[in-house]
Design a protein around this ligand. Structure first.
Ligand SMILES: Cc1ncc(COP(=O)(O)O)c(C=O)c1O
Length: 408
């Protein structure tokens, strides 16, 4: 595990993130063996990682890929093919293939999401339909999703934003009623539980990220967890250029394989997930305790019975009450050696690549407000509860009103 006492990355007293990694001694021998044998890809560790991830998230199948983004691209690109395998004709009899007929091209997605999601939608030849998020949980608002469903809807793409699970029961009911698949950008979802269960099993597919800011790290990598045997098969073929195994190709794919060294790292990292998640929960609790009384500072609400992975810990800054706006607070923290991020600013519907997808006259005020007011505080291997309290006390020191004695 990275020592919290190691020198600050990039000269920061408290860097924004430091990866939660297993010690090299845990992975070095397996990597050395893979190099010595030449089994650098499509090896034993990849298969075992998929099995272990399947057990961890409770999905019927898990396909390891090169990133969450490539996993989302392959899933979205496969929807029309899954649709053609109508219920009853599904070779795996998985019963999860009841997706709408091909020819639909819209994916309902929150604009308050990391840009990889709309990028994957566009790469898959589909169009994002941006909708609002819930102002408390920051996850997609099921009411907004229901209102956006129409004859062109190909899929609903939700997200476990910052690790807070999205409202899967409500979204699954909407998807079921509309007869469209529910896909989840679960990039932040390892370490997230909903009503006591690690997320991953619900919906047509949930796609996790294993990049260095996540709780389970493979260097780079992604995991497609799915209940649908047809989709799993399409993603397996799709990650291999579209090669059906006999050098035939029905659908163009890409190289989205996970290297064996990443699978080795991912396996060791997955084994540590309960510890890493517990440490993030402790850091998040320290942030909340220290900032609970700070004026103008709000938090993401995690629904009762659910657990966030705390991939990110964000605070909302209300300038009228805090006496400082988000960017002013970030600048002041930076001058004290504390690195932060403005997640997600700009929101996707404000980006050049995607703004044409928001029809003229439509606005997303909750998303705009979150994009203008949220700060992600340092989180990762170096953020012990003491570090979180230190950062929080710097924040309190920047909010003059928080230092006033309480009225008797
Ligand atoms: C919400 C979300 N979706 C998708 C991604 C993309 O993941 P990857 O880098 O594995 O492609 C990220 C990356 O951090 C993310 O935060």
């Amino acid at each position: 595990m990275t020592s919290p006492d190691a020198p600050a990355a990039g000269g920061w007293r408290v860097p924004f993130m430091r990866p939660d990694l297993p010690p090299f001694a845990e992975v070095g021998p397996a990597i050395a063996a893979a190099v010595a044998s030449g089994a650098l890809t499509k090896g034993e560790h990849l298969r075992r990682f998929e099995d272990e991830a399947r057990a961890a998230c409770g999905a019927a199948d898990v396909v390891a890929v090169s990133s969450c983004t490539s996993g989302l691209m392959l899933v979205l690109r496969s929807l029309a093919a899954v649709a053609s395998m109508r219920r009853g004709e599904c070779p795996s009899s998985c019963g999860a293939c009841a997706t709408p007929a091909a020819g639909r091209d819209e994916v309902i997605v929150p604009s308050f999401i990391f840009l990889a999601a709309p990028a994957a939608i566009v790469w898959a030849g589909l169009r994002p339909v941006f909708v609002e998020v819930d102002p408390a949980t920051f996850t997609v608002d099921p009411g907004a999703v229901a209102a956006a469903v129409g004859p062109r809807t190909a899929a609903i793409l939700a997200c476990h934003t910052f690790g807070c699970p999205c409202n899967m029961p409500a979204l699954a009911a909407i998807a079921e009623r509309a007869g469209v698949p529910l896909v989840v950008d679960a990039a932040h979802g390892l370490g997230t539980s909903q009503q006591g269960r690690q997320v991953g099993a619900a919906g047509l597919a949930q796609v996790f990220s294993l990049s260095p800011t996540k709780l389970v790290v493979a260097g780079e990598g992604g995991l497609v967890a799915t209940s649908c045997g047809c989709l799993a098969e399409l993603v397996r073929i799709g990650r291999e250029y579209g090669n059906d195994g006999g050098y035939g190709c029905d659908r163009a794919g890409m190289n989205a394989r996970m290297p064996e060294a990443s699978a080795i790292l991912g396996r060791a990292s997955l084994a540590r997930l309960p510890d890493v998640a517990a440490r993030r929960r402790a850091a998040a609790a320290a942030y909340r305790d220290e900032l609970a009384a700070a004026p103008g500072i709000g938090f993401q609400h995690v629904p009762e019975g659910d657990e966030s992975s705390w991939k990110d810990f964000c605070i909302a800054v209300d300038p009228a009450r805090a006496g400082v706006d988000r960017d002013g607070l970030r600048a002041a923290l930076a001058s004290r050696g504390i690195d932060t991020r403005a997640y997600y600013a700009p929101a996707c519907h404000q980006m050049q690549a995607f703004k044409a997808f928001l029809p003229a006259g439509r606005s997303l005020p909750v998303t705009d407000r979150l994009a203008a007011t949220l700060v992600a505080l340092p989180m990762g291997a170096h953020v012990t509860p003491d570090v979180a309290r230190d950062v929080a006390s710097e924040i309190r020191g920047l909010l003059p009103a928080s230092n006033r004695p309480a009225l008797a």
